[in-house]
Design a protein around this ligand. Structure first.
Ligand code: F6P
Length: 755
């Protein structure tokens, strides 16, 4: 309310000031004018009065009857505007005067004043104006006097002052009313335009697309938004510069940190998904990199840090590639760290991975309107497999205090299980998916066990602060724990876990960057391979076939866009890469079929000849193939319904060293909190998403460049080495603290010798 009033005053005060200035300038001017008009009026009246008196005065003068003249003058002076009348004789003295004519006013003075530009004098009764009127001879009488006698008329000016006062009052009232009316109109107009303006500016800054209605993007705001965006970027840069060491993370720097702060301590990563899968086909053994954000992020860190990665060996040739201890060195062509494989029976995989992790925890944490399913048997399998992974960590540890990086929702019990065996270990757990609010998480029958399992960690990381907050609230709701909100620490039985947000990212620069074909060549190759028209506008989606990714919503938006913009039919093509995933689950199979149906529907509606607007590539693509698609695309569309971070958008940006291409990004992906230069959409809003894709399709190369440069700065500065570096620096701090505490516990405080 106060802010609103302040806003209104911004309009009212200048107006009020303008009105006061106007009054100051206008009033003296008007007074001058009034006086001039009245003086002219008085002079005309004076001539009339003198004419009327003329004959009678000459007669009385001829008979030298002064008394008659006085009577004549007094009668005439009864007029409210005539103050007094006098007759100056030929001797220069006052021959006769009316009662009010001052005795002190001599003929010489009166005549002299009457000849001035301003013929006014002030008498005790007020201001008077003097006029002189010489008498001339008439038919009947002859004056015969030299010099000619003159009538002196004194005109009362007090009525002018009275009228001037009235005029001033009316003028002030008029200006005040005018000011008030103008202020009200200005306020209304300002209010309406201010609201629209602010909404438009906000929409532009966010990169929202609102083509019609009160929140429509106003073209006149574009330069302003440009300016503001520039300013924000400048502030961001200043902020980054001020943070200094927070940026500029490289594999070398990460390695340096391990040696300096962690004194070369061993690193053990444990995750369900392995970074390299060995599969057997007709040609022999093939190595595959899984479509996994987790692998994309952790693998470069492991290459930088070495150590051991423990994961489920899921490839058909995995067993053939390991040594007697189930280890294989990877990457296969340039080994840098050790992969220890864990073998699961089909039943274990079914219960632990498909069942509890992906039918239970996955839908529980992604609020994507798919019901979580919790089965006792799945939980038992989950517990048993988590124990297997924890045992493997203990087996792999060469010291009693390794640094263990536990990954994701498949292994929520591992931190506490490792802690039991290796109490000195530094356990960093990262939860790669969203953490829901306590009400949603409360659905899980084993919520306490999951929370206590995770709180075996030294540090528990999420992508966003929001997920940290949800986690702390969940702990508060379901278990006995001390929560120090100001330090983001949870303590269970005096064991502390630090809860922090570490937004995950990708490798920058990518080691194969120098080998990438040019964007033009990539485009040429993709157009040729997929049979697109030469001038095609290529939209691209890259996901696992997962219902959380918003693929249905995305295709609906593509359909709506083609419906609204027939000019793009025959030109716009959308390539959806969808790697099959978890396909043994009904929900996933049904989802895949639904997507295929929608793609066919759109192609039937808008396709013609060899033009098919939607191309579904439902197969695994390796990194090289994805890079080619990213570099060929005009638009990359990420429409997750809920996503911890989403690394596809970062990979797309990293691949565009030509600074071209537009990113359309869901506001429900963690990445939306960092990648402000994308066109941010609500994927549930088909119209909005369709308009964003259309806007992206029409975006000028200059605007694409401007947005892409800023996005690339963000991904470069906040790369995965920074993510790991921040976690490991925090770990080093906690380790140091734990060591000091342990020493104090064992040996007591060192004595202070007073020196
Ligand atoms: O998003 C979390 C995550 O673990 C990702 O790393 C990966 O994309 C996915 O979930 C797991 O996929 P999968 O079940 O194929 O390992």
């Amino acid at each position: 309310m106060l802010g609103y009033l302040r806003l209104q005053l911004r309009f009212l005060l200048p107006l009020a000031a303008a009105m006061v200035v106007a009054a100051y300038v206008a009033l003296p001017l008007i007074e001058k004018l009034t006086l001039r008009w009245f003086t002219r009026d008085i002079s005309a009246r004076a001539a009339l009065v003198a004419n009327a008196l003329h004959d009678s005065t000459i007669d009385a003068l001829a008979s030298r009857d002064a008394r008659r003249l006085v009577l004549l003058f007094d009668r005439t002076a009864q007029d409210e505007r005539v103050f007094g009348i006098g007759l100056c004789g030929s001797d220069g003295g006052v021959f006769a005067r009316s009662n009010a004519f001052p005795a002190t006013l001599s003929c010489a003075d009166a005549k002299q004043t009457a000849g001035l530009g301003d013929p006014r004098i002030t008498l005790p009764g007020g201001a008077v104006l003097i006029s002189r009127h010489p008498l001339a001879a008439t038919e009947n009488s002859e004056i015969g006097l030299e010099p000619t006698p003159e009538l002196i008329l004194l005109h009362d000016l007090s009525f002018i002052e009275r009228r001037s006062l009235d005029t001033r009052r009316y003028l002030i009232a008029f200006l005040a009313t005018l000011g008030f009316v103008v202020a009200i109109i200005t306020m209304l107009v300002a209010q309406i335009s201010w609201r629209g303006w602010i909404a438009g500016a906000r929409a532009l800054l966010r990169g929202d697309v609102v083509p019609v209605g009160p929140l429509a993007v106003r073209p006149e705001l574009a330069p302003l938004a440009e300016e503001l965006r520039g300013r924000l970027r400048q502030l961001e840069d200043e902020y980054r510069r001020a943070r200094g060491p927070e940026t500029g993370w490289t594999p070398e720097r990460l390695r340096g940190l391990l040696h300096s702060e962690l004194r070369g301590d061993e690193i053990i990563v444990v995750s369900n998904r392995e970074p390299y899968i060995h599969d057997r086909d007709q040609q022999g053994v093939r190595v595959r990199r899984p479509a996994s954000g987790l692998v994309t992020a952790i693998e470069p860190v492991m290459r930088a840090c070495s150590g051991t990665w423990i994961a489920h060996g899921s490839g058909t040739a995995d067993r053939d590639m390991v040594d007697l201890d189930d280890r294989v060195s990877v990457p296969p062509d340039h080994p840098m760290y050790s992969l220890r494989r864990i073998w699961l029976t089909p039943e274990e995989e079914q219960g632990y991975y498909y069942g509890f992790a992906n039918e239970g925890l996955w839908p529980l944490c992604h609020v994507a309107h798919v019901r979580p399913v919790f089965r006792e048997s799945d939980w038992e399998a989950y517990r048993a497999v988590n124990q297997r992974f924890a045992d493997a960590v203990v087996e792999e540890a060469r010291t009693e205090d390794p640094v263990v990086l536990v990954q994701d929702y498949h292994l929520a019990l591992v931190p506490a299980l490792v802690r039991e065996k290796l109490p000195q270990a530094t356990i960093l757990t990262f939860w790669h998916i969203p953490w829901p609010n306590p009400e949603s998480f409360g659905i899980c029958p084993w919520r306490r066990e999951i929370l206590l399992g995770l709180l075996g960690s030294t540090i528990l990381g999420f992508h966003t602060k929001f997920h940290c907050k949800n986690f702390l609230e969940t702990v508060d709701r379901f278990i006995e724990a001390r929560i120090e909100h100001e330090h983001s620490v949870v303590a269970v039985a005096e064991r502390e876990t630090f809860i922090e947000s570490y937004p995950i990212s990708i490798e920058w620069p990518h080691p194969t960057e120098g080998e990438w074909a040019s964007p033009a060549d990539c485009r040429h190759a993709v157009i040729g391979r997929l049979g697109f028209p030469e001038h095609a506008i290529i939209g691209l989606g890259v996901d696992r076939f997962d219902y959380t990714k918003g693929i249905v919503e995305r295709l609906n938006a593509v359909e709506r866009m083609l419906e609204k913009h027939p000019n793009l039919r025959g030109r716009f093509v959308f390539v959806q890469v969808a790697s099959p995933t978890r396909s043994t689950l009904d929900e996933y199979r049904a989802f895949q079929q639904q997507v295929e149906r929608i793609a066919s529907r759109i192609n039937a509606r808008f396709g013609s000849g060899c033009y098919q607007p939607v191309v579904l590539l439902a197969e695994h693509h390796d990194h090289g193939q994805l890079i080619e698609l990213y570099r060929a695309a005009d638009i990359c569309v990420v429409t997750s319904l809920h996503d911890g971070m989403n690394l596809v958008c970062k990979e797309f940006v990293a691949s565009r060293d030509d600074e071209q291409g537009v990113l359309v990004l869901s506001r429900f992906a963690g990445a939306a909190r960092e990648m402000h230069e994308a066109l941010i959409v609500n994927p549930y809003h088909v119209e909005e998403t369709a308009d964003a894709i259309y806007r992206a399709a029409r975006m000028s190369s200059g605007e694409q460049r401007e947005r892409m440069i800023s996005l690339r700065h963000t991904v470069r500065d906040f790369n995965v080495f920074r993510w790991a570096g921040r976690m490991l620096s925090d770990a080093a701090r906690w380790r140091l603290r734990a060591r000091v505490e342990e020493r104090v516990r064992k040996h007591g405080l060192p004595e202070f010798d007073g020196r």
